[in-house]
Design a protein around this ligand. Structure first.
Ligand code: GDP
Length: 459
């Protein structure tokens, strides 16, 4: 009999998170997945059951019952990995889970490596590499937008775009290579003008994809946001309120918030990665001086700056001067007046007409919704139609797209210089290679290891 399986060993792993839960799921994949499970299961003969059926019974180590379980069967090739897959739903105790895992290993399964189920799914042709990577993104997604983009990539949106570009180039490469077969007879199967316009078209699409990464990165990794302002402006208080827990040090002593505390909040589907900073006052205190320097450094790493000031101790002129000083790179900047609970009517009035200014009380949590709305508006994702547009979120894809673009530049140059067909064809092949790396038509072991070891075990 021909071995229909690419892998001849059977892997097992706990698919649910550690800790006590109502249930836990253990997953097996490989040629012996069903027979190994059957050897410790009392109930129906699992080897005789149809795919996509669920069976109740007990798992036993000899005579000892370990748990009452439900077994889900997926018979090859109708499973995630395209191999035989069994999912054991047991009671969610770490002890039970460990007992069952040990039993399965004793019966011949091997502990799966990180991402090994998904790697097998990829190698068995379930989906391409970009889709496999999206599975990891989906598991890691923590906002509406990151979820939406990962879901779209997993369902093949991005892959289709890349494959379409690739197919057109493949056509030209083979036409040019056909010309080479005719040697001296000066034939041209591949219309050079058509090739040139195809390449310009592809380059245009690549530029758009690369541009989308700016956004894709924000969606996937959050908007690095920094809160700056003078000591005692209320930065720690604000961050605490926003994070809803005591993570920043709130203190009455100016300049005591010396270290950076990074945390994330999710507003309107967007993740904001907050970076709390030491006070921005000019100081001779050594520790604080480091803080100021690092604040400037953090400013340069952030994409959005909240400038918080105490409305009870600041004039509009002083604010203008501060903003001038702080925003050399003209990043999105949100001035926020704090402590309105203590402000006099005159103080409030002085800032009332200032465009784009938000007034809050961090301590009382007043008008924080307005602040949140202003943050979302600053990021300006509202204009984005994530349904329509393909968004690149992966640095590896960016790298491959850049390499493709460069190779296509070389093709264009070659065509311009009237270079011979074999040289042009070689540059097209180089572009195809880089494009193929994205979807995994071209892979190396290192590449696969790099991608799949970042997955969790059991996925
Ligand atoms: P930071 O140095 O900018 O981080 O300022 P803190 O968050 O440590 O706040 C300095 C002081 O101002 C603390 O005593 C806070 O309780 C107080 N504070 C912060 N926000 C407000 C506010 O909205 N109203 C009032 N009245 N006090 C506030």
């Amino acid at each position: 009999m021909i071995n229909q399986f690419l892998h001849n060993d059977t892997i097992a792993a706990v698919a649910t998170a550690a800790g006590t839960g109502a249930i836990a799921v253990i997953r097996l994949s490989g040629p012996e997945a069903i027979s190994i499970t059957n050897s410790v299961f009392k109930g129906k003969d699992l080897t005789q059951q149809a795919s996509h059926t669920i069976h109740f019974g007990t798992l036993r180590d000899g005579d000892k019952i370990i748990d009452e379980v439900l077994i889900s069967l997926f018979v090859a090739p109708h499973s995630y990995t395209k191999e035989n897959v069994v999912e054991i739903s047991c009671h969610g105790s770490d002890f039970i889970v460990q007992q069952i895992m040990q039993l399965l290993l004793k019966k011949g399964a091997r502990l799966a490596n990180a991402g090994e189920f998904t790697k097998r799914a990829f190698l068995n042709g379930q989906f391409d590499l970009a889709q496999a990577e999206a599975v990891a993104d989906l598991i890691a997604s923590d906002s509406a937008l990151s979820h939406e983009v990962a879901m779209k990539q997993m369902r093949g949106g991005f892959s289709q775009e890349i494959k379409r570009l690739r197919a057109e180039l493949v056509h030209f490469a083979s036409m040019i290579e056909l010309e080479l077969d005719f040697g001296e007879e000066d034939v041209e199967f591949a219309d050079r003008d058509q090739l040139r316009s195809l390449i310009l078209n592809i380059q245009q699409i690549i530029r758009e994809l690369l541009k989308s990464f700016e956004l894709g990165n924000v969606i996937k990794n959050g908007v690095p946001t920094v809160i700056v302002g003078k000591p005692n402006a209320g930065k720690s208080t604000l961050l605490n309120k926003l994070l809803n827990e005591e993570k920043a040090i709130v203190s009455d002593v100016p300049g005591t918030t010396r270290d950076f505390i990074e945390d994330e909040i999710n507003i309107g589907g967007i993740t904001f990665r907050f970076i709390d900073t030491a006070g921005l006052r000019e100081t001779t205190d050594k520790v604080e001086a480091i803080g100021v320097e690092r604040t400037m450094q953090k400013l340069s790493q952030s994409s959005l700056i909240i400038y918080l000031f105490d409305i009870t101790g600041t004039t509009p002129e002083e604010l203008e001067a501060e903003l001038e000083k702080l925003n050399p790179k003209k990043l999105p900047f949100l001035p926020v007046a704090n402590k309105i609970d203590q402000a006099t009517p005159d103080q409030l009035a002085a800032f009332a007409g200032m465009a784009g200014l938000v007034q809050i009380s961090a301590a009382e949590g007043a008008r924080l919704e307005e602040l949140k709305q202003a943050l979302v508006n600053k990021v300006n994702l509202g204009k984005l139609n994530t349904q329509q547009q393909t968004i690149v979120t992966n640095l590896r894809h960016v790298d491959s797209l850049n390499k493709t673009y460069e190779a296509l530049d070389d093709v264009l140059n070659g065509l311009g210089l009237g270079m011979s067909g074999d040289l042009v064809a070689a540059d097209i092949r180089r572009a195809l290679y880089s494009l193929g790396m994205i979807t995994g038509e071209i892979t190396t072991d290192d590449l696969l290891d790099n991608i799949f070891t970042k997955f969790c075990i059991g996925k």
